[in-house]
Every structure is written in C-alpha cells, then in structure tokens.
Design a protein around this ligand. Sequence first.
Ligand SMILES: C[S@@+](CC[C@H](N)C(=O)[O-])C[C@H]1O[C@@H](n2cnc3c(N)ncnc32)[C@H](O)[C@@H]1O
Length: 332
Amino acid sequence: MAEDIAARDPDDVLSELLFGFLGTQLLYVVAELGIADLIGEAPEPVEVLAARSNTSPDVLHRYLRALAALGVFAEVEGRVFGQTPTSLLLRRGSGSGWHEFAVVYGSVYRAFAEALPAASGSEIMFERATGVGWWEWLASRPDAAAAFNQAMQAGAHHRLDSLADFPWHEVGIVVDVGGGNGTLVAGLLEQHPHLHGVVFDLPEVAAAASEQLKETPVGDRCAVEAGSFFERVPEGGDVYLLAKVLHDWDDAAALEILQSVRGAASADSRLLMLESVVTTDADSRGTKLLDLVMLALVNGRERTAGEWRQLLTSGGWSVTSLRDGLIEAQPE
Ligand SMILES: C[S@@+](CC[C@H](N)C(=O)[O-])C[C@H]1O[C@@H](n2cnc3c(N)ncnc32)[C@H](O)[C@@H]1O
C-alpha cells in the first residue's frame, strides 16, 4: 500500500524535500569513492577510510555521519563507521545495482540542476549541463557506460518475471531491440532451451553484450547485432522485445522506433514492451519520479495507458494486453 501522503505533517514534507538533494549527491560520492567496499566486517575509523579513498578525514566524516543519520552506514562510535544492510547494497558487484544506480544518478543530479531553464521545454537538461546527448556521452565514457549497463541489468530479473506467463513454447526467435548487455535475453534462453535470441543495440553496447554472452551457457543460441533502431531492426523475430526502451524517447522518436520494428516484423510477430503505465493513484509515484529522470536525461517520458495505446496504434500495432510492466501488441 502506498503511504498516505496527504496525512503527513506539511513541515516534514517540505523539509525532507528540500534536503533531498543531499541524499542523491552523498550516495553518488560514496559510490564513486567506493566507501562501502572499504569497510569490511569490522567498522573502520574515518581516518583509515579517508586515507584509503584519498579524501579529507573532516569532510568524509561529515558526509558519513549524515549518511548514518539517514540510515546508510552506522557510526558505531565517534568517527568509526560500520556497515548496515543498506550500505552493503552499495558495494560494487553486490548484484543489487544500487552502486551503479548511485553512479548514474550523479549524472541525473547534474542534469536536474538545469530544471528551471529547461522548464520552457526547449532544451534537454542533460545536454544543457554537458553539451552532449546522453547516449553520445555514454559512448565516450566506458566507466559510466558500464555502470549504466550494470544498473539496467540489475532490473533484468524483474523483467523476466513480467515475461514468465508468455507462451514461449510457440516462439522460435526473440529479438531484443535496445537489449543492452543481453542479460534479459540470456535469462529467457536459459529458461527456454528451444529458444534463439538476437540482441540489437548501439555498437559499443553490442560489443559489451557479445563479450558478456560468450561467458554464458546460452551464448551459442544468441546472436548480437549492432546498429541503430532509427535505421533498421533485425528481421525474422517471432517476438520483438522493447524493454525499457520507449520511455527513453519523446513521442516522435518512439513512433519512429515502433515503425522500424513494425517494418522488420512479419504479420505473425508479437511485440512485448516492458514499460510502466502511469496512473492517477499514489501507487504510480515511482513512475512519476522516473518520468522526470527520463525528461532530464533524454527528453523521454513515462506514459499513461491511453498514451501507450495511441502511440502503438500510430506505429502500426494493435494492443492485445496492457498492464503496468507489460504491454503486448500484434501488427495491425
Ligand atoms: C534503458 S536501456 C534498456 C536496456 C535493456 N532493454 C534493459 O531492459 O535493461 C535502453 C537501451 O537502448 C539502447 N539504445 C539507445 N539508442 C539506441 C539506438 N539508436 N539503437 C539501438 N539501441 C539504442 C541503449 O544502448 C540501451 O541499451
């Protein structure tokens, strides 16, 4: 059940919101410095952590005690910090994705500092902040790109759950368009030994997907193709997946992608989109916040059921099922 926002103390609501920016930035800083990796089983004095992370003991102490007050790390005695279940999730390679998300949100933070000038709607916040677009920026920064791809990968098991009820026994080839490092398709191929997959993504991402898939037991059943979905999409898919792809784009671009997939699909192909659906109730809060992250980074958007239907119809698809998390369609 979502918390009843209207019942909260108004001063608390405003105070938490005004201080909220600190949380994003502090998580970004400790992720970049790897503080959660520097603390083992035993708590560590801040002087040791500062020496290991090449930071000022005074500043690091103030960062960490604030984070401890917010529930991340524990100040077990003065200037000595230990782990909490929350801080353990911030370790590199914990598999939770939170370390990588904290790194990515450093970029979201910088972009959102441009929120006021961007309110006119004429500029993308991230481009205002950095001078380049998000995908171009990632392509030139392997560390940031790796963090982004790993953060996306952390959500793959939820996405697999959303796909569990689909009749995969009727499918020969699944094409994951904008498939990232291939984690989702690899999961599907592991569950369904008859299935073959194609991961399609931008060249740098496709290269990482090839490397990663080679290490999996399903690598020989999965092809990787590099390209842009604005130019082409691989043909021959019985199922086309668009997992968390269209929310990265405004309506005009999302329509182009849908038309591109439609051009590659046959009359019998199915489209499965793993996307959120914005509703008017409080349960949709996370999606409404993510909508702003999409706006800031790439001028993308989260969409209501009506907006999804309209977009898909314009793109040549007929919706067969629509719920939060999974939208299914077939060619019109
Ligand atoms: C939000 S990520 C989703 C990744 C993956 N589908 C998942 O569920 O984790 C969007 C993906 O779209 C890819 N992408 C962006 N622009 C693209 C383009 N023009 N052509 C193909 N893929 C693109 C990105 O590289 C990224 O992997």
